[in-house]
Design a protein around this ligand. Structure first.
Ligand SMILES: *[C@@H]1O[C@H](CO)[C@@H](O)[C@H](O)[C@H]1NC(C)=O
Ligand SMILES: *[C@@H]1O[C@H](CO)[C@@H](O)[C@H](O)[C@H]1NC(C)=O
Ligand SMILES: *[C@@H]1O[C@H](CO)[C@@H](O)[C@H](O)[C@H]1NC(C)=O
Ligand SMILES: *[C@@H]1O[C@H](CO)[C@@H](O)[C@H](O)[C@H]1NC(C)=O
Length: 361
């Protein structure tokens, strides 16, 4: 069904994407975990042994209904959001120890350490600032110079108070900056009493943007899950059978012939632009066409341009998928984790962005 927002301004259809979507027959995971508070816990993430994939464990705190990612040596990180189709989530760096430039995970586990036998690692989207470091860091490969971006963060982000900021960086105890990910940093961000004593992480840091807009958060990615583990056929969806898989005597819901295992969903997005009343009839027709061609069986939704900008990181280059006679296509991720192909129609490219509504199917 297409939902029409009655207060929406008249819209003009510019085009839409279908070719990027493949409408195969998929066999989907059966047991997705219930929400934790307001956060959805998509497959394969697992908050209890009866749902998700047990290798992808998170903890839903029963009291606060908040979701935590537990790491080695007893540290826990609050999960801020989950981008299911990108297989990534953002966690909050550890809180400060009051009145100091030390983070709690420094005292508990000497920084963040992931279990390397589990399918999680730290992504290269993170720029890490290390604070309150030993003078020997001056000779490290990290950027601990006065022009290091960690100084901008301390001075202008509004996230570190003056007192703490003075402890976080001084002529003797520098702060340093590095991009995470890649070996061997993909599994840990190391803090130590003789190294650095606190860290913060910025997502997709763009030095051109105002420091106050840098987004704090540590992005973790997970490897693609295998088919769900099962004990009996009752654990599997209709299009799959509970069969022995691999050599470790585990049973998994293996898809029937003609079906593909798929744990994520991709959908297309149509871009509409504000226009005059004269195009209203055209729009109505376009909506009807979309409804008829809606072979995905998904609910069409309206989006604000600002949400689409957010989904594509303002149409950044690293989201660019390709271009053609129709315009440019970007990969985007909606707030609920759905991956979308977003088409920037030619008319829009020529005219510059206008605030308007966006449609998806
Ligand atoms: C973490 O735990 C392991 C084993 O329990 C221990 O060997 C190691 O020293 C601990 N590391 C830290 C930083 O506490
Ligand atoms: C790492 O994860 C594996 C698999 O779940 C588990 O068996 C092992 O005990 C974990 N290691 C530590 C140090 O917790
Ligand atoms: C900052 O530190 C000074 C001395 O260390 C202290 O007197 C003052 O109350 C602190 N201010 C804040 C806001 O914590
Ligand atoms: C991190 O995980 C991703 C997804 O599984 C994988 O492609 C990548 O190689 C891993 N990186 C490291 C350094 O292990």
């Amino acid at each position: 069904m297409i939902t029409t927002n009655s207060t929406a301004k008249p819209l003009f259809l510019l085009g839409y994407i279908c070719s990027l979507l493949s409408f195969g027959h998929y066999c989907y995971p059966q047991k997705t975990c219930p929400n934790c508070g307001s956060i959805e816990v998509p497959y394969p993430l697992s908050t209890n042994p009866n749902c998700g994939d047990p290798n992808y464990r998170l903890r839903c705190d029963p009291q606060s209904q908040k979701l935590y990612f537990d790491t080695l040596n007893g540290s826990s990180y609050l999960v801020l959001r989950i981008m299911a189709s990108f297989q990534r989530m953002v966690v909050q760096p550890s809180p400060w120890v009051s009145g100091t430039c030390v983070t709690q995970d420094m005292l508990v586990s000497e920084g963040l350490r992931l279990n390397q036998t589990l399918p999680f690692n730290v992504t290269t989207s993170n720029t890490i600032f290390l604070f309150n470091c030993s003078p020997r860091l001056f000779v490290s490969p990290l950027n601990c110079t006065p022009s290091s971006l960690c100084h901008s963060f301390l001075e202008s982000s509004g996230h570190v108070n003056k007192n703490r900021s003075l402890q976080c960086s001084s002529s003797l105890n520098p702060c340093c900056t590095f991009i995470a990910g890649g070996m061997p940093s993909a599994y840990k961000i190391r803090l130590h009493s003789s190294g650095c004593k606190a860290f913060r992480s910025i997502l997709n840091l763009d030095p051109e943007r105002p420091v106050s807009q840098w987004e704090e958060g540590l992005e973790i990615q997970w490897a693609s899950p295998l088919e769900p583990i099962c004990k009996t056929q009752l654990d599997c969806s209709g299009a799959s059978k509970c069969l022995p898989a691999g050599t470790n005597s585990l049973f998994r819901c293996l898809c029937n012939k003609g079906y593909h295992w798929d744990h994520g969903h991709v959908m297309g997005v149509v871009i509409l632009r504000k226009s005059t009343h004269a195009t209203q009839a055209k729009l109505a027709r376009a909506r009807e066409d979309m409804l008829k061609s809606s072979n995905v069986g998904k609910t069409a939704r309206m989006f604000q341009l600002k949400d689409i900008k957010k989904a594509t990181n303002s149409f950044s280059k690293d989201r660019f998928l390709g271009s053609g006679g129709f315009g440019e296509v970007y990969k985007g991720e909606l707030q609920d984790g759905t991956v979308v192909a977003i088409k920037l129609a030619k008319v829009v490219l020529q005219k510059k962005w206008q605030e308007g509504d966006i449609y998806s199917s």
